[in-house]
Design a protein around this ligand. Structure first.
Ligand SMILES: Cc1ncc(C[n+]2csc(CCOP(=O)(O)OP(=O)(O)O)c2C)c(N)n1
Ligand SMILES: [Mg+2]
Length: 570
């Protein structure tokens, strides 16, 4: 126990208090007998607002979406049955670097100490298996006890926030109401300050390289957003007058109207001007670039030798590795150390896509017309979601100012977007939220639409009904039934989920239908089901699927047979 002032509090109430102090205003999850006591404490104390989900998988996605906009999130599940449903979302939060706290109301300490077989376990008196499973997909995990609760609660919350990774906490159901002595001082979320000498030499080394180069550039990956460093990156780029490209996972982290914005980098699959900026310069500052297939153009990326790598808590410059330096402080010191450059004024940003013109509004809606029209629908400040599928087309959007893109490019679990949408709607209800999702992805987590209606959320949902998994048809099975799905009456779901709903639904089959739907006022939830051909897809998506098949199946795979792959129209 620390020596400062203290008071007595129940363990569950202390946990809720710490979450609130850490800026978490809502708790997602699904009740069960092992966490009901914590939910009662939430009700009784009025700390945190409860947002119940249809499933623990959805709860994990909702928490992930909430954390992306709020900086931290928490959700609660019950022992094993809830936790194991949520583990996909927690692993995804790990891959995507999202600080989510999974609180598992677990079997009582009494049962653990006596080896009693309990429901929601393997029935064999064991109790560590699920803790062990979560150890594989979190930055930290612990089972709370009355004697470790004070230190472990703070450790887990701080670890999640500092490392931008999920953590797992078991709260045995018989300890939430026990009184323990807890500190009076609030929990403060802060990164540990950098080692002063390391910070100075690191910033000096980076500044020297950037100043000596003739055509430096910056490549930004998603940690720039997680560590809140976008403003510093733009300030540095403006001071040095150098281009800044982003990876797909970092789409919109750098304002796309910023004069030095250089596009989305994805190896040789990028625009030529983006490739020139990133690969053609003589000094590249990478902010936590993670090369995977989807950020390296299937490993065709070729970054300049000696690329500087700045991460959340460490930096590589040439042979030197700097520890105990934090990203924002490094960037701030580099900004202060470099001279203002005036010799490389930004070129005017490229003109946006041409305004859509449609000869015939009654023609069947195509993917090309759809995405072209939707580009014009975007507004500054929008939160855009995409799931895996042809809706990846949003990566080709030219975004207005202050937009946020929420996607799971690395983990890529279909259905993520629907659950995560509930989370961002909860975190930022004042913003407009647009979901771009395919029918296949939607079917995985569709029930969470009912939670959005229940809480009077007002997203605009753009669902492509193309009878199945079109993006997969570009890998294999262009016409196979394994890529088909059941046909739902998607646009009727708002009414099914909320019989007296005021939500507006549209089924659009032509450009004219789409125009009409887009003019609907957004004072309620708007659901737009666009019916399109299963073999219609944006060329970039098809090309990437075709390439993916070669990587996945190798030269002896089935993908080269005639007619087994959806291919781009030539
Ligand atoms: C949990 C999970 N299961 C399976 C997949 C494989 N997968 C990736 S995209 C996709 C199909 C998506 O289809 P849809 O949402 O309808 O998008 P479309 O390409 O048809 O627009 C599938 C099944 C996955 N990514 N995640
Ligand atoms: Mg589909």
């Amino acid at each position: 126990m620390s020596t400062g002032p203290s008071r007595w509090m129940k363990i569950g109430e202390f946990l809720l208090r710490r979450l609130e102090e850490a800026g978490v205003g809502h708790l997602f999850g699904v009740p069960g007998d092992f966490n009901l006591e914590l939910l009662q404490q939430l009700e009784d104390t009025g700390r945190l607002r409860w947002v119940g989900n249809c499933s623990e998988l959805n709860a994990s996605y909702a928490a992930d979406g909430y954390a992306r906009l709020n900086g931290l999130a928490a959700f609660t599940v019950t022992n094993a049955v809830g936790a194991m449903s949520a583990i996909n979302g927690i692993a995804g939060a790990y891959a995507e670097h999202v600080p989510v706290i999974c609180i598992c109301g677990s079997i009582p300490l009494r049962s653990i100490e006596r080896g009693l077989g309990m429901h929601h376990t393997m029935g064999d008196g064991t109790w560590d298996r699920f803790l062990g499973a979560f150890a594989q997909v979190t930055a930290a995990h612990a089972r709370l006890t009355p004697y470790n609760a004070v230190t472990e609660i703070d450790r887990l919350i701080l670890t999640a926030w500092r490392e931008k990774l999920p953590v797992y906490m078991e709260l045995p159901s018989d300890i939430a109401y026990l009184d323990i002595e807890v500190p009076d001082v609030p929990l403060v979320l802060a990164q540990p300050p950098s080692d002063p000498e390391r910070l100075r030499s690191c910033a000096a080394a980076i500044a020297a390289r950037l100043a000596a180069a003739t055509s430096p550039a910056i490549l930004v990956d998603q940690d720039a957003s997680r560590y809140g460093a976008a403003a510093e990156i733009m300030e540095l780029a403006a001071k040095l007058q150098i281009p800044v490209a982003v990876t797909g996972p970092a789409k919109a982290v750098i304002d796309e109207t910023f004069p030095y914005y250089a596009g989305v980098y994805n190896g040789k699959a990028s625009e030529p001007s983006t490739i020139r900026a990133v690969e053609g310069g003589d000094c590249l500052l990478s902010v936590a670039y993670r090369p995977i297939d989807g950020t390296s153009g299937d490993f065709t990326a070729s970054l300049p030798a000696d690329t500087i790598c700045a991460r959340g808590h460490s930096v590589d410059v040439g042979e030197d590795n700097y520890q105990a330096v934090t990203l924002k402080e490094v960037l701030r010191s580099v900004i202060d150390a470099v001279p203002q450059v005036t010799s490389r004024p930004a070129r005017l940003p490229a003109a946006g896509p041409a305004a859509a013109t449609y000869a015939d509004g009654s023609a069947r809606l195509t993917q090309a017309a759809y995405w072209q029209r939707l580009q014009a629908y975007l507004r500054p400040g929008d939160v855009l979601f995409t799931d895996n599928g042809t809706s990846y087309a949003i990566f080709g959007f030219r975004l207005p100012q202050d937009c946020t893109v929420v996607a799971s490019v690395i983990w890529g679990s279909i259905g993520y977007s629907v659950g995560a949408l509930l989370g961002t709607l909860t975190a930022a209800p004042q913003r407009r939220h647009l979901l771009f999702v395919g029918d296949g992805s939607f079917q995985v987590t569709a029930q969470e639409l009912s939670t959005m209606l229940r809480h009077d959320c007002k997203p605009v949902i753009f669902l492509i009904n193309n009878g199945g998994y079109t993006i997969e048809r570009g890998y294999l099975g262009k016409t196979e039934t394994y890529n088909d799905i059941a046909t739902w009456a998607y646009a009727e779901l708002p009414e099914v989920f909320q019989p007296d709903t005021t939500a507006q639904s549209f089924v659009v089959k032509t450009v004219a239908d789409l125009e009409k739907a887009l003019s609907a006022p957004n004072d309620t939830l708007v659901f737009i089901e666009a019916v399109m051909d299963p073999h219609d897809a944006p060329a970039a998506v098809i090309r990437s699927s075709n390439k993916g098949a070669d990587l996945d199946y190798g030269p002896r795979g089935p993908q080269h047979r005639d007619g087994v792959q959806l291919r781009p129209a030539i």
